[in-house]
Design a protein around this ligand. Structure first.
Ligand code: UDX
Length: 438
């Protein structure tokens, strides 16, 4: 670890105005830098220029607002980079059909960079396969831009807490080909109290993929423990508590449920699996983690069938659609698989979510309240642990359902209270209390 040297405000261009780009831009402005955020989507840039925020991320609107004088938005590449010292790349890297990451948006940024009369450092924030930095370096050199620096500075921000995660991270990772560039990128973060890991570019790229893989492994692990708990009568919530208090293991990411989703985990697990396979290595553990997650989303169907028999003609309410609370993000949300499976079994599906929209869920009726979702329903599945669901008068609502079956996919509610409220309540890995009504 090298010490971070404080520097006055720098000029940073951020390419990509998605979750990662906007949070990165807003936080760098908050740290005192001058930031220009550039996106190809002119409509999105228009929204930002008008002072609105095109995504739902708690606190982002305030930070953008408070730093207006240090933040600009544009769709013009030349305008974004003309004065920039650092060009952050925060564009999407979705999976291709083969499972490899689609780097076309990254290449577009690299190819669009104009020749400038001052030195810039390109900093990769997007999650990319190991080896991408090397390829970018070659491409820049091939364009005669050998003087352009390159560094990898992966993000570890979770949606819903992205601003806090950026400003109070566990660590800052900077991989570079040149120590001076690495130090300069680290210095952009001065004001943030966190250890800085300096390493080579490939290792920085791998740190991001490995950290995500470790978190996903914990989730699939606890989900499998939950499934064994169901078969054996143990309670996974108590088990996770008892296991997590071991300091070598720790309590985080041991919440059993209906599987992980989101913009990162599913995509990055595929990318790492494919990266390994492309290099001739069969990553068995990661394959299992992915498969367990797929099966976990589908286990809810068997639970519903145990209570309702066939699902054909039954009405099932989904409580929550977003892949987790405090976001409107539906990318790879378990609700998508669940709704698809229910519809194909012939069920009618109603959904409630306070912010996410069921645009991608053809055939699903979205309603405005939990009460509306449950009235006359044959069963409900708690899909996203929105805090609002902790405020519901369950005893009152149970009587409005045709059959008061509730599958708690996030182990959010108190089993004893739900049984007392009149529900046939089942959770994930909580066989002792949950199956009593079945
Ligand atoms: C994640 C990583 O946390 C972040 O570091 C990375 O940069 C991007 O991917 P995010 O996808 O926003 O962030 O959400 P996170 O809070 O990590 O949750 C991911 C998924 O795992 C959600 O679907 C969540 O419900 C699920 N999850 C999480 C569990 O099922 N159990 C847990 O114990 C924790």
């Amino acid at each position: 670890m090298r010490p971070v040297v404080a520097e006055p405000g720098k000029r940073i261009a951020v390419f990509g105005a998605g979750y990662v780009g906007l949070v990165t831009g807003a936080c760098f402005a908050e740290l005192g830098h001058d930031v220009v955020v550039r996106d190809v989507d002119t409509a999105k840039i228009g929204v930002l220029q008008a002072g609105d925020v095109p995504i739902f991320e708690p606190g982002l609107d305030e930070v953008l607002d408070q730093n207006r004088e240090r933040l600009r938005f544009t769709s013009d590449v030349a305008e974004a980079v003309e004065a920039a010292e650092f060009v952050y790349v925060a564009v999407g890297t979705p999976p291709t059909y083969s499972g490899d990451a689609d780097l076309s948006a990254v290449w577009t940024v690299v190819d669009e960079l104009p020749r400038l009369d001052h030195r810039i450092v390109v900093v990769m924030k997007s999650t990319v396969p190991v080896g991408t930095g090397d390829k970018v370096r070659h491409r820049l050199d091939g364009r005669g831009l050998a003087d352009v620096g390159y560094a990898s500075n992966p993000e570890f921000t979770a949606e819903g807490t992205a601003l806090r995660d950026f400003m109070h991270p566990d660590r800052i990772v900077v991989g570079s080909f040149d120590d001076g560039d690495g130090d300069a990128v680290a210095a952009l973060h001065s004001g943030i109290d966190a250890p800085v890991v300096h390493c080579d570019v490939a290792s920085a790229e791998m740190i991001k993929l490995a950290a995500n893989a470790a978190l996903m492994t914990r989730i699939s692990f606890i989900n499998e423990i939950a499934n064994v708990c169901e078969a054996t009568g143990a309670d996974v919530v108590s088990v996770a508590e008892g296991v997590g208090l071991d300091r070598r293991i720790g309590p985080k990411f041991l919440r059993a449920g209906i599987g992980f989703g989101g913009s990162c985990f599913p995509k990055d697990s595929l990318a790492l699996k494919q990266l390994a396979a492309n290099s001739g290595y069969h990553f068995q553990l990661l394959n299992a983690v992915i498969e367990v997650n797929e099966l976990q989303k589908r286990r809810v169907l068997a639970k519903l069938e145990r209570h309702l028999g066939t699902l054909r003609g039954k009405t099932v309410a989904l409580l929550g659609l977003a892949f987790k609370p405090n976001t409107d993000d539906m990318r790879e949300a378990p609700s998508l698989v669940l709704a698809g499976r229910l519809l194909s079994e012939g069920a009618t599906v109603r959904a409630w979510d306070p912010v996410a929209h069921a645009h991608d869920l053809r055939g699903v009726m979205q309603v405005d309240s939990v009460e509306e979702a449950l009235a006359g329903a044959d069963a409900a599945v708690l899909v996203t642990e929105w805090p609002q669901l902790g405020e519901v008068d369950w005893a009152k609502i149970a009587g409005t359902m045709t059959t008061p079956v509730l599958i708690d996919g996030r182990n959010m509610l108190e089993p004893a209270a739900m049984l007392a409220a009149g529900f046939r309540y089942e959770a994930i890995g909580r066989a002792a209390s949950g199956n009593a009504g079945g």
